[in-house]
Write a new protein. Sequence first.
Length: 271
Amino acid sequence: MSQPENPRPDHSTEVQSGNRFQFGANWTRFLSLMNDERIAEAETTLRQMLGVESLEGKSFLDIGSGSGLFSLAARRLGAQVFSFDYDPSSVACTREMKRRYCPDDAEWTIAEGSVLDAAYMKARGQFDVVYSWGVLHHTGDMLTAFNHAANALKQQGSLFIAIYNDQGFVSRYWTAVKKVFNQWPVLRPLVVAFHMPYLLFLRYAIRLLQGRLKIERGMSIWYDMLDWLGGYPFEVAKPELVVEYFLSRELTLRKLRTCGSRMGCNEYVFK
C-alpha cells in the first residue's frame, strides 16, 4: 500500500525538531499538586458550562486529555469517558489520574491518538459530549481539528472547546517567543526569566486583586506560565471566526465566555 506523500511526523520527531512543546512533561510535574479541591472545581466547571447537574448515561470524549483532570471530573459526574492525547506523557498522566481515583474502572478508557488523524477519529464513533480545552489550537492544523471534533458529536450533543484569543500583533509576538523556547533549548532559562515579571509576579498580583487566583483546568500559575511560554504549535482565533465555523456545521452556540482583550482562551459550548 502506498504511503502518503507527506506523512505527519510522530510526536518525538516534532519535539526533537523544535516544532512541539512537551505538554505532557509539564502535566507530569503538575500532578503533584492535584487534590480534591481541584477535582471539585473541574466538576463545577463542567456542570456550569454544559448546563447539567449530571452526565449519567452520557458518553464523553476528552480530546487532548492532558493531566486527565477533566476526564476524571466527567467520570465522577457519571459519564462513560474516552480520553486520548497525542503526547505520550499526557497519556501517562491521565492513566496515573485514573489509577489514583478510579482504578479498574471499565467505564473510563484512555488511549494515545491524534485529533488530526481522520481514521482514528472515525473509529472512535460519536459522543454526547466532546470536550477539548485549550488543545485544538496546538495541533498545527486547527481547522482540521475543528472539523474532526464536530464529526465526533452525536445529534443533540454538546461541544465544549476553548481556543486562544487572537490579539493581533501581540499574538504574533507570542508565536515568536514560543518558537525560540522550543527551537533553542539553551535560551529557555532566559525566556522564562525575561517574561517572569509579567507572567508570574504581575499576573499573580492582578489576579489576586481581581479575586481570580484559581487558574482554568486546575493548573498552578507557575506551570501555566511554562505551558504558555512553550505552547507550540500555536494558533489563535477571534470569537466570530470560531462561531462562524461551527454555525456552518449546523451547530448552535449555547454559551460563550470570552477573555475580552486579554491573553487567554475564549470558551465555547455548541449544541
